[in-house]
Design a protein around this ligand. Structure first.
Ligand code: FE2
Length: 195
């Protein structure tokens, strides 16, 4: 499609979001299955249900514009999903793999948040109040999903991944345990306690 008007750009943006959400819907079950953290699994499963609703809202928004949802696949979202799936296919310590899955989910949410935020601005400029209302409901859900993931990362998954220990070398022959480096904040706290 050509980009002759702001309307064209909004349609293009909504179609990309529609394709992106549908691509994510296909991958959520795989990410949930690979995750070992019950909290992360539940967050993904809950957001998958919301995503189904969000796809329907995008169809409704496009309908209000007199357009259909069909468009090319979202290459932006495809890139993020391929990166995450490639990363976790390497396997490794369960807690670190959980952290990688969570990082991938946050990247997906970031893509969606920027996409919806931009679409809302475009629709608002065009005076399309119903479209703004529909997309704003989704934006609230996306933001809540992002905050929930960040909370799980901070309280559970990053501390567990940070404590991951890998044995290098033969176990009975002076194996060298490698742990994640202490965070700068922790290192600073330790040095302050020593003074
Ligand atoms: Fe989302």
């Amino acid at each position: 499609m050509t980009l002759d008007t702001l309307h064209d750009l909004l349609v293009s943006q909504l179609r990309d979001l529609h394709a992106a959400e549908r691509q994510v819907l296909l991958i959520w079950p795989q990410l949930a299955q690979e995750a070992t953290s019950p909290a992360l699994r539940l967050a993904i499963a809950d957001h998958r249900q919301e995503t189904t609703l969000q796809v329907a809202r995008l169809v409704e928004a496009l309908d209000l514009l007199g357009e259909g949802p069909d468009g090319p696949r979202s290459r932006g979202m495809e890139g993020l999903l391929v990166e995450t799936l490639t990363l976790i296919s390497a396997k490794g310590h369960a807690a670190v793999v959980d952290a990688a899955i969570l990082a991938g989910c946050l990247q997906v949410e970031g893509y969606e948040l920027v996409g919806y935020g931009t679409a809302i601005e475009l629709a608002d400029t065009l005076g399309l109040d119903q479209v703004v209302d529909l997309l704003s409901r989704t934006l609230v859900e996306e933001d809540a999903a992002r905050r929930r993931l960040e909370m799980i990362a901070r309280t559970e998954i990053h501390p567990a991944a940070g404590a991951a220990v890998v044995q290098v070398g033969p176990v009975d022959d002076g194996a060298i345990p490698i742990t994640s480096a202490p965070s700068r904040r922790r290192a600073r706290r330790a040095s302050n306690q020593g003074t």
